[in-house]
Design a binder for this molecule. Structure first.
Ligand code: ZN
Length: 273
């Protein structure tokens, strides 16, 4: 089962529960953040960004590549933390050997700070996160163009001429449109403080309630109290929580969010069944 959330001209589709499966598709540009254990909904993604090698996030890679092979897709770009390239390559090779086919894909390791163009005015930038295996988070960055002040009253033909002369007529501001942290402990807040300013922040929140308070620290996941400690820091327009443990149902989670994230709660969305 997947869930779809619409934010103006951005649509996020996905499914995420701890230890089960996590994957998201972000439209535009239609890319995938993680692939869970595989889903038909991922077959249309040209670009796949994996946050880490845990199987609930990455096992579906050969399945997705296999689906795309059946559809005759030319090639898929797969990006992942540099330290997971070899393991993922062997996983895909095992599947290719079982299926007696070669999938068309490129696998590229990324380091924090690396950027990849994913469409007109859109790019993805990797950043460091805090998990028990090598991991990255990703910003979907949007270039927002605005005519420079002196050119705002010019006609379309004048602007076209200025452009053809090579005049820079636009200012470009980069917006962190969507930020996805994958699985992470609280270290991410120091490693990547820019996440507090992204427009839409997809943040894992695995644990809730007093009884599971220490679990987040042990497994490098977030507990709702970690968000409550920073409640005034989140300047995001929308905060999407996902990756809740199956121990907690949506009603319990909604009421915990209402109690512990006062003030932030109207901007909080739950991506879960
Ligand atoms: Zn994990």
């Amino acid at each position: 089962m997947s869930v779809s959330l619409q934010f103006e001209n951005l649509r996020i589709e996905g499914s995420s529960r701890a230890g089960d499966a996590s994957w998201f598709r972000i439209h535009p540009p239609g890319l995938a953040f993680d692939v869970g254990r595989g889903s038909l909904a991922l077959a249309g993604a040209d670009d796949v960004f994996l946050t880490h090698g845990h199987l609930d996030h990455a096992l579906g890679l050969p399945f997705v590549l296999s689906l795309k092979e059946m559809q005759g897709v030319e090639s898929t770009r797969v990006f992942c933390p540099a330290d997971t390239v070899e393991g993922l390559r062997r996983l895909v090779e095992a599947a290719e050997s079982l299926e007696r086919v070669s999938y068309h894909y490129e696998l590229q390791g990324l380091e924090p700070g690396d950027q990849v163009s994913v469409g007109r005015d859109l790019s993805v930038e990797a950043f460091a996160t805090d998990h028990v295996v090598p991991s990255l988070g990703y910003h979907l960055v949007r270039d927002r163009r605005q005519l420079k002040e002196p050119f705002r009253n010019r006609s379309a033909s004048e602007l076209a001429e200025l452009r053809s002369n090579g005049t820079e007529i636009e200012d470009v501001n980069q917006e962190l449109w969507v930020t996805y942290c994958g699985d992470t402990g609280t270290g991410v807040f120091e490693l990547e403080p820019r996440l507090f300013d992204s427009t839409v922040l997809l943040l894992e929140c695995t644990f809730f309630g007093e009884a599971s308070r220490s679990r987040g620290r042990r497994f490098k996941h977030l507990h709702l109290s970690d968000l409550a400690d920073r409640v005034r820091g989140f300047r995001n327009r929308d905060l999407v929580l996902h990756h809740a443990s199956w121990r907690f149902d949506k009603t319990q989670i909604r009421s915990a969010v209402e109690q512990e994230l006062r003030g932030l709660e109207p901007r909080v969305h739950l991506l879960m069944d």
